[in-house]
Design a binder for this molecule. Structure first.
Ligand SMILES: [Zn+2]
Length: 80
């Protein structure tokens, strides 16, 4: 599935929120190693290594979520 096709979908159990976009992401911060947990499975992600970022709009705010891979995003979104 093309990453652009996730736009407009909602996370499971949070149907007021909407995915704005999904992009391959890699954060460059010299001298720092920033990690985040995958929003779906909790695996630790090193943000300087390639992963997927979801920008979610919720209550008028844009919130970034980080995922290890596309299957994690699919599991996190509600079934159509
Ligand atoms: Zn995951």
């Amino acid at each position: 599935m093309a990453l652009s096709e996730y736009a407009g979908q909602s996370p499971r159990g949070n149907e007021d929120a909407t995915v704005l976009r999904v992009v391959p992401h890699r954060l460059w911060q010299p001298g720092q190693t920033r990690t985040e947990a995958c929003t779906n499975c909790g695996d630790e992600l090193v943000l300087s290594e390639e992963h997927l970022m979801v920008v979610l709009e919720e209550s008028g705010r844009r919130i970034r979520h980080y995922f290890r891979e596309e299957s994690c995003i699919e599991a996190w979104l509600k079934d159509e």
